[in-house]
Design a protein around this ligand. Structure first.
Ligand code: FE2
Length: 383
């Protein structure tokens, strides 16, 4: 089998790594920075940490904080207008996945004529977008290294997904100080998104040696550090390990792909407005239970990476310990036990399953998943 792997992002990571921001941006020849963020970030003082570094390096910047939690097309159009008026030459995202995705979408429009919808899909961007610099303030999506962005088109009631290697940020900073204001519920949900990326990438039929190594390390780091990070967001070591786990999981899933959990979680989120990480977390153990027989060895390795002893167990029992590990982790960080607690009703299980199957996202799952299988998994995830 021949596999491909590429990441173009230069990662600057570690305690106080953000102190190098000005020097690194200067190396890119930037003069004036367009900072894309949201009102939550701009109201809690995190921007000072970034702004001070830019000023120290003699860089001018302007702030656009109009990104909504799931960025909509209107946010992008407004930001692009502000960018054109500002005389900025460099785009810097500070925030979670929404801010990074919005910055990428603006970067496309800066160098390409037309509307964003024209670039929807894979490899549809003719001119390389303006390079994006990413400073993530959550550990979940991994958008700081992925070549994709999602923008909501309210008029068409559609989620536009744009994918291109061009969209991988050129530079990203993982400094645990930036995670110090993440509330416990967000830390738990985004951490479970990271774990889902890592597990789905690891057991994917599209996985390979390089992605396996990244994914398994991300699983181990998450199991060891997520509870401590949820318990105390001032625990910088746990925060840092979760940042690195998130980025490694994203590097892995970008090439190995995600699968049935994400296919079903997208439907669940769309029908019931459940946060992405929570939707993944509730479904993950049930999808793993279903998928185990597709790769007992790898599920056993997940159990071991999460600290479970599989000595003397049969191959199936050993693999099943991974389900036990994920269930216990979810429980201890306060993830709801079932979809019934999230207001999900039985009548939506079938249409959600049809949509999930149609999305094609489950193509690389280790066990082929039919619509009927998904209905059963959703039902098993209710309580
Ligand atoms: Fe995800």
């Amino acid at each position: 089998m021949i596999s491909e792997f590429q990441v173009r992002t230069k990662l600057i990571y570690g305690f106080n790594s953000l102190d190098q921001l000005g020097a690194e941006i200067n190396k890119l020849g930037a003069q004036k920075v367009f900072l894309v963020t949201d009102t939550v970030i701009s109201s809690i003082g995190l921007l000072n940490l970034v702004g001070d570094r830019l000023k120290e390096a003699g860089l001018q910047y302007i702030v656009f904080d109009g990104v909504e939690p799931d960025p909509v097309l209107e946010n992008i159009i407004e930001a692009k207008q502000k960018f054109d008026e500002s005389g900025c030459d460099t785009i810097l995202a500070v925030g979670g996945g929404s801010c990074m995705d919005a910055a990428k979408a603006v970067a496309i429009l800066v160098t390409n004529e037309g509307e964003l919808v024209q670039f929807e899909g894979a490899d549809k961007i003719p001119n390389p977008p303006r390079p994006v610099i990413a400073i993530p303030t959550t550990a979940g999506t991994g958008s700081e290294v992925t070549g994709s962005c999602v923008v909501i088109d309210r008029e068409r009631k559609a989620k536009m997904s744009i994918r291109s290697a061009y969209l991988q940020p050129v530079l990203a900073f993982l400094d645990p100080r930036l995670l110090a204001t993440v509330p416990p519920s967000v830390a738990a949900a985004t951490g479970m998104d990271t774990l889902t990326h890592a597990i789905e990438a690891y057991v994917s039929t599209g996985s390979a040696l390089v992605t396996d190594s990244l994914a398994l390390s991300a699983i181990e780091l998450t199991a060891r550090n997520l509870p401590a990070f949820v318990a105390n967001n001032k625990n910088l070591e746990a925060a840092y390990n979760m940042q690195v786990a998130c980025t490694m999981a994203a590097m892995a899933f970008q090439w190995a792909r995600v699968a049935t959990v994400h296919a079903m979680a997208h439907s669940l989120g769309g029908y019931h407005r459940i946060p992405h990480g929570v939707a993944n977390a509730v479904l993950l153990p049930r999808v793993m239970e279903f998928s185990l027989i597709g790769n007992l060895e790898k599920f056993k390795n997940i159990a071991v990476a999460m600290g479970y002893d599989v000595e003397g167990l049969t191959p199936y029992e050993a693999a099943y310990q991974s389900v036990v590990a994920v269930t216990n982790l979810s429980k201890c960080i306060g993830i709801p036990g079932g979809m019934n607690e999230l207001g999900v009703t039985e009548d939506t299980l079938e249409p959600m399953s049809v949509d999930a199957e149609r999305s094609g996202i489950c193509a690389k799952n280790p066990r082929i998943t039919s619509v009927k299988d998904m209905v059963n998994i959703f039902r098993a995830s209710m309580y």
